[in-house]
Design a protein around this ligand. Structure first.
Ligand SMILES: [Zn+2]
Length: 300
């Protein structure tokens, strides 16, 4: 499943390729993905100019302008969605047919005046858990309903140990409920921090030396500092790794896959802990169908 670093890598690539381009034609092979396409999807996008590609949590936000109005094209890749940019050969002015409806290719968007000239942006999704939406206005001005309940971005300056301590841990502890939730559960709650999934939370907590099942009332300010550093560290390493995997992505098969992140805990059941001077091994616990991995020497 594409996680935040994968989505961010795709965003960086598409932003350089698509910004400034204009949408000449939108073709759909079906009426829905995970959800139906919004009403008049193709008409609303046709003729729009792409301003930039940004990201919020795991949403790609393609900011467009049409008839002096702003419109945001939201793309969520779900479990297996891929957005592929297939530029034309030099001098080839007509966007080529790109196999719409074949091999899980559900959307083809013809673009002109991009950096590479003309081309087709294709959306492939075997499992169809992805979806697209349109919203009038500006995503960063909070005009999009789907984005309004999302918490802060883990790579933004807002995400810090003191934010985690004051705005999350202390706030929850001052309520009559919620302080028995685990730190892992809280970090995966999109309303607090947006875009974190199981792998990056597991790895971030390993770096932070905090047990994933430690409950909120036992989390200290010092834990919060180490957690924010750990989460940012694994996300940055994954995005760096993503940059190097883009070479294959550009070839057009879209298989960014999982980045070759050096996983320290995730999936390493019973293997030795990789922390220097630690003689622990990685334990696994499954709660609510989700696996947690942690070093046996880290206190719960
Ligand atoms: Zn260890």
């Amino acid at each position: 499943m594409p996680e935040l670093p994968e989505v961010e890598t795709v965003r960086r690539y598409l932003d350089t390729c698509l910004s400034g381009g204009s949408i000449a034609r939108v073709r759909l092979a079906r009426k829905d993905l995970r959800f139906p396409f919004p009403v008049s999807f193709t008409e609303r996008l046709t003729g729009a100019r792409i301003l930039k590609v940004s990201r919020r949590a795991k949403y790609l936000l393609i900011a467009c302008e049409k008839d002096a109005r702003k419109i945001v094209w939201l793309v969520h890749l779900g479990m297996s969605g891929k957005l592929l940019w297939l530029p034309n050969e030099k001098g080839d002015e007509q966007p080529r047919e790109q196999g719409l409806g074949v091999d899980h290719r559900h959307v083809c968007v013809d673009l002109r005046e991009c950096k590479d000239g003309c081309g087709v942006l294709c959306y492939d999704d075997a499992r169809r858990f992805g979806f697209m939406d349109l919203c009038n206005g500006d995503a960063m001005a909070n005009d999009c309903l789907r984005l309004q309940k999302l918490g802060i971005e883990p790579l933004s300056n807002l995400f810090s140990g003191s934010w985690l301590w004051h705005s999350v841990v202390c706030t929850i502890n001052n309520r009559s409920r919620g302080y028995g939730r685990t730190i892992k559960d809280i970090l995966m709650d999109q309303g607090y921090v947006a875009g974190l999934g199981n792998i990056y939370v597991t790895e971030g907590l390993w770096h932070a030396r905090v047990h994933p099942m430690r409950v909120i009332k036992d989390i200290t300010l010092d834990d919060c500092e180490r957690i924010s550093r750990g989460i940012r560290k694994v996300l940055r390493m994954a995005i760096d790794a993503g940059g190097s995997s883009l070479k294959d992505y550009r070839k057009g098969d879209g298989s960014l896959g999982y980045f070759q992140l050096n996983l320290r805990a995730y999936g390493r059941t019973n293997e030795a802990c990789l922390r220097k001077d630690c003689d622990g091994k990685i334990n696994k616990a499954t709660i609510g169908g989700r696996a947690s991995y942690f070093c046996s020497n880290v206190a719960r």
